[in-house]
Each structure stands twice: as structure tokens, then as C-alpha cells.
Write a new protein. Structure first.
Length: 80
């Protein structure tokens, strides 16, 4: 896991996000993915928050909805 591409993506400032990959098959949820990111990739809480914001920024939601969600998440994260 220490050679996982996500570590390099984070170092290089690539826009990516954490997701579950077939949770019904792997029996993992997003909290498990956060655990891997923090434990194995050494991502900080702030970096994981940024990944969530990346997911919102890249979503297919209509612009007003996307902007509202970004505003709500930033407020909840104390980033406003």
C-alpha cells in the first residue's frame, strides 16, 4: 500500500477522490477507505477533507447544487 498511486497523486496535487469500490462485494464502506487513507497512505484529516471537496467539485450535479454542497461542506469542515 505504501506504493499506491494515490500517494503520488496527493503529492502532485492531482484532483482525485476517495470512493468505495463495489462495497457489496468487498464489504467495505467509505469509513474503511478513510481508515486506509489515514493509516496506510498517511493522509491527514485535512487532506481527506480536500478529497471530499474534490469529489464535489467534480460531480455531475448542476452548478447551483454543487456550489451549495461545497459551501455546506466547507462550513461543516470549518473552512469558511
Amino acid at each position: 500500500m505504501t506504493a499506491h498511486p494515490a500517494i503520488r497523486f496527493m503529492e502532485d496535487g492531482v484532483n482525485f477522490s476517495l470512493n468505495t469500490d463495489n462495497p457489496g462485494f468487498h464489504f467495505l464502506d467509505i469509513l474503511d477507505e478513510y481508515d486506509v487513507a489515514s493509516r496506510d497512505f498517511r493522509f491527514t484529516e485535512q487532506q481527506i477533507k480536500e478529497l471530499n471537496l474534490n469529489a464535489l467539485r467534480s460531480s455531475f450535479a448542476e452548478a447551483p447544487i454543487r456550489e451549495k454542497l461545497l459551501q455546506d461542506f466547507k462550513a461543516a469542515y470549518g473552512m469558511v
